[in-house]
Design a binder for this molecule. Sequence first.
Ligand SMILES: *[C@@H]1O[C@H](CO)[C@@H](O)[C@H](O)[C@H]1NC(C)=O
Length: 292
Amino acid sequence: MRTSIIRSLGITALFASLLAPVALAFPVVNTVLTPGGYSDRTKITAVPPGGRIAHVGKDIHVHAANGTVVHIVTPTPHKSSPVTKARALAKTGWITFASWFNTGAPIGSFKTSWTVPPAPVGQHGQLLYLFNAIEPATGDAIMQPVLQYGISPAGGSQTQWGVASWYLFSDQIFHSSLIPVSVGQRLDGEVQLVGASTGFDYNSQFTNIQGTGITVVGGEQLVWATITLEAYGVTVINDYPAGSTVFSGTNLELVSGEFPSITWSTLNDDADGLSTVVDVGGSTSATIEIRY
Ligand SMILES: *[C@@H]1O[C@H](CO)[C@@H](O)[C@H](O)[C@H]1NC(C)=O
C-alpha cells in the first residue's frame, strides 16, 4: 500500500545516484517534479477547467467542460525500483505523513482545513507539497488537493504558494490549473466519492477556491487516506516554513454516512526533526500537525 512512496523514492534515488553532484530540482531537461516524484514532461496533462478524466478500458480520456474528448493517453504500469536509504536533508519525496487504511465500506469524503504557511526563509529552489490524499490499495494512483511552494509542472514561482488538484495513475499525471494563494489563507481540501458504476468516481478540490477541482470517473476504489509533507531540493532546514502546519476539522466519512473508528499512523523524518503529530485523533474533527 505504500508503493507510490516506494515508487517516488525509488525513482528519485535512481536520478540522485546517476546525477549526484547536480542540483536535484531538475536533473533532466524533460523530467519534472510532480506530487508523485520525477516524471517525464510528456506524461503530464492539464485538465481544462470544468473538465474530467475518464478511465475507458486501458486508456484515459480527458474531456473538456463541454464533454468533448481533448486528450487520450494509455498508461504504462510503473516498474518498481528498489528503495535506498534516505540521507538527512537530501531526502526527497514523502518526508512525513499521517495515514489510515480503510478496509470497510468505501470512503465517501475525506476533508481537512489548513492555512497557507509563511514563506520559507531559505530559498534554494525547493519544491514543497502539502496535501490530503487517498490512494487505492495497489498504490498505483492518488487523488489529492495540493498546496505547493515553488515551481511544479502545474506552474508557480520560487517564492509563491499555489493550489491545484492532481490525479496520478501509473505513469500519467493530471492536474487542474494552479491558483496562487496567500500566506495565512485558509484551504479546505476535499476528496469526495461522487459516483460508482463501472469503477469509482471521485472529485478533488479546495471547496473554498474556485477552479481547483478535477473529477475522475471509472477509477479504482481509494482506500489509503493520508495527510502529507512532500519535498524536493531542500538543502537546509529553513527551506521549510517555520513552525508547523495544522490540519484541523479533518473528517473522514464513509459512503454509508458512518464515521469509522480511526487510529492514524504517522511516519516521521527524525533525522531532520520533521514530524507528524496527531493532536486529536479519530474521523471527526481530527487535528493533525506537521512540524518543521
Ligand atoms: C468543446 O470544447 C473544446 C475545448 O475547449 C473545443 O475545442 C470544442 O470546439 C468544443 N466543442 C463544442 C461542440 O462546443
